[in-house]
Design a protein around this ligand. Structure first.
Ligand code: NAD
Length: 373
């Protein structure tokens, strides 16, 4: 893992990196013994002031390292309400037509995209072109092809692309990962992930193929995909999948209601997962090894995350996930830290490749190889 010191050493050697950090002058750089960024807050603009954007904004109030300084919205009344609530200056407010001008705003470091799934790809390309760091909600895009373009665009623009995988910073989740790495479960053999909820309003964008890119899999099944990977600590090599639909009116063509899927991993490890929009409060992970187990329920909700292992309860204190996430993401962007479980565009892309392959397996009825490379 890249340490903060290594990053700062690299920075001193690389003047190329300096212009990417607004406000940083090389003359004020005191050397790599001391972080020049230690008092810097990541200045974030939220794009999409909906229900999750609202949650992230509230949580950012308690962040020590990230600060909400701007908004991008198509609704003027929301902009003025947020301006008042969060003391946001008018010069940091944009709409979906004019936000490319953010490139000339030195007071915004990053844009957090929290809009419907289909907008993540075009909006990321525009934010990257404006040379601002991108934090993008999951699923990162509608498919792997879009995901690759996003990774490439951010790389070419010299900005970071992070995905809102808040569970990658959650304390009980990280404890299970620590135990697995320490061999406390023995050899890992099996993971089960159950992810679902009962979706309401049939007119919402989550049930519109154009905006959502699919159904439950894009929205909630992705937690079991991602969870299988970080709980087992390996990448899946094949998948089989079966779809069931009880309500073809609500869940139209291309909008999946329920998909069961099974992964094969190296060394014969297997996983069995369920993604659904028609079962309430389905939020459970189970990891089994030759010497122990971990079970978490709820496993990916907003918390507190609860669970136990063969050694006893998982009892790390609950901290609002999005607050921790924003602190850690600020450290990644400003200080060159790396996440224990990655949250970068490559990580988001892996989930998209897997989702594409799950849909392929549903259509073919066959075991499909997963090619993450
Ligand atoms: P939402 O419907 O509550 O908010 C979406 C926002 O986007 C609204 O403010 C809406 O006005 C705006 N918008 C802009 N263009 C739009 C368009 N063409 N059509 C519809 N809305 C448009 O949705 P949400 O629950 O906030 O979800 C937004 C994103 O956040 C999704 O990608 C979702 O998967 C993700 N999300 C992540 C988590 C998490 O825990 N990481 C939780 C919830 C949602």
């Amino acid at each position: 893992m890249k340490s903060r010191r290594n990053f700062l050493q690299k920075l001193t050697l690389s003047a190329v990196s300096l212009p990417l950090i607004p406000g940083l002058k090389s003359s004020s750089f005191p050397g790599w013994q001391k972080s020049v960024f230690q008092d810097r807050m990541l200045r974030v603009a939220i794009m999409g002031l909906g229900s999750y954007g609202t949650r992230v904004a509230e949580a950012m109030q308690d962040s020590k390292k990230a600060k909400l300084v701007g908004v991008i919205s198509g609704t003027p009344s929301k902009i003025s309400a947020w301006q008042e609530k969060y003391n946001i200056p008018s010069k940091n407010c944009y709409n979906y037509e004019n936000f490319d001008a953010i490139k000339d705003n030195p007071d915004i470091d990053a844009v957090y995209i929290i809009t419907p799934n289909a907008l993540h790809h075009p909006q990321t390309l525009r934010v990257a072109a404006a040379r601002k760091h991108v934090i993008c909600e999951k699923p990162m895009a509608l498919n792997a092809e879009q995901g690759r373009e996003m990774v490439e665009a951010c790389k070419n623009a010299g900005v970071q692309l992070l995905v809102g995988y808040r569970m990658h910073f959650e304390a009980n989740t990280l404890e299970v990962i620590r135990m697995r790495e320490a061999g406390e479960f023995g050899e890992i053999k099996f993971f089960q992930g159950l992810s679902g909820f009962k979706i309401g309003d049939p007119s919402q964008w989550r049930l519109n193929k154009e905006l959502a890119g699919g159904g439950a899999m894009m929205d909630i099944g992705i937690y079991s995909i991602n969870g299988a990977r970080y709980m087992i600590g390996k990448e899946p090599i094949w998948v089989t999948a079966q779809e069931t639909k009880t309500d073809p009116v609500k869940f139209k063509e291309g909008v999946d209601e329920t998909i069961l899927f099974q992964f094969g991993f190296p060394e014969g490890i297997v996983a069995s997962c369920l993604s659904t929009y028609s079962m309430g409060n389905l939020d459970r992970f189970f990891l089994n090894g030759t010497q122990g187990f971990a079970e978490m329920q709820p496993s990916t909700g907003y918390g507190p995350i609860k669970g136990k292992t063969h050694k006893g309860p998982l009892d790390n204190p609950h901290i609002t996930h999005q607050t921790v996430q924003m602190d850690r993401m600020a450290e990644i962007i400003l200080e060159g830290e790396t996440a224990k479980v990655p949250v970068d565009g490559e990580e988001g892309l892996k989930d998209l490749i897997i989702i594409d392959t799950i849909y392929k397996a549903v259509a073919s009825g066959r075991k499909e190889p997963i090619q993450l490379g």
